[in-house]
Design a protein. Structure first.
Length: 152
């Protein structure tokens, strides 16, 4: 069976989506799933840079290592390359969907949080990194189970 490819998307690819990438990657590996997990940003300001030091620190404090991840810019070819694209907020959803050319591409894209809620961007408030991590990890645990069924 081909490897399933899952992409996490936020604005700059340094706070939320790297956390989601690292957490889902670890949970999938722990479950023995042959998935490729990546992340990208709809903005290109941080391409090639590591995750925000605060994201790296909060992830490390909970046993996840995201220090080797590097930001990349979301592009339209990713709509074909990935099986599932999960975005952190409605603005990112709109930006990603604006690049979709057909229904097959649009069907792959959804919000990371299933309740039609945004994952808060912690960039401007140090105090938000821990609660954002908790939100992402809680959702990631359910998401891995859901994607095992959906993606096979």
């Amino acid at each position: 069976m081909p490897k399933k490819k899952i992409l996490m998307v936020c604005l700059g690819n340094i706070c939320r989506s790297p956390l989601a990438e690292g957490i889902v990657r670890q949970l999938a590996a722990d479950a023995g799933l042959n998935w490729e997990i990546a992340s990208a940003g709809t903005g290109n300001w941080h391409v090639g840079q590591p995750a925000d030091k605060r994201s790296i620190a909060v992830a490390k404090s909970y046993g996840y290592d995201i220090s080797k991840q590097r930001a990349q810019h979301f592009n339209s070819s990713m709509l074909d390359e990935f099986d599932q694209i999960l975005v952190m907020d409605k603005n990112n959803l709109r930006d990603v969907l604006s690049l979709a050319e057909n229904d097959d591409q649009r069907k792959k894209v959804s919000l990371f949080l299933s309740e039609n809620l945004d994952v808060t961007d912690p960039y401007f408030d140090d105090q938000l990194f821990d609660p954002v991590f908790q939100t992402i990890e809680d959702r990631a645990k359910k998401l891995v189970e859901e994607l095992k069924v959906k993606l096979g």
